[in-house]
Design a protein. Sequence first.
Length: 255
Amino acid sequence: MIPFLSSLGIFLLFIVVAALANAIRVVREYERLVVFRLGRLVGERGPGLVILIPFVDRAVKVGLRVVAMDVPPQDIITRDNVTVKVNAVIYFRVISAQQSVINVENYLYATSQIAQTTLRSILGQAELDELLAEREKQNQALQQVIDRQTEPWGVKVSTVEVKNVDLPQEMQRAIARQAEAERHRRAKVINAEGEYQAAARLAEAAAVIGREPVAIQLRYLQTLSEIAAENNSTTIFPVPVDMIRSFMPDKKPVT
């Protein structure tokens, strides 16, 4: 009889110790406890030391730190009928622990699912060029829509970033050809602009030479000097008498 009572005492002591250990919780600064008493919501507890009533209170721990969640790649058909595969990352945190426990069964899973469906619906309204060039605009639209839908769950979506946009191989080749054609077009425009400017300068030089005939003779002599400096061989150029005569002073006949 005594051994039985001793065993029963040890068992009861174990139950009491386990109940007390379960009744005392230490809640960190970035955590909250949502306490239910006999199934009814009591409120949030923490941070710090929280004491619960054994066998009466039940607590659900919720983290308040920012969560970075990858959105799996989604097949999206853009408005111009191009199929692309897009993945993203979403940053969010719980701002109301009570709502995240009461209003939704699993806020992490629910946020992931709503992010996937929103990614397909929002990006499907854009054309391919908008999807590639206006990335910031698409990120803002995704953040606003997802945040509006997760607000009843006590979840605040701060940032949504589209990570990769994978294009089909034929579309990549088409974009490469388009980029190459654009580079050729720019090269031709730059070349034409250079020729236009050169022609304008030549026209200005011709106008100066037309007003000052001696200028063409000076240019001729300068060209001879440059050729003589570049070549070691002897080069003979015929010089018109009129050119020499223009540099000679006028002499009046002696009377």
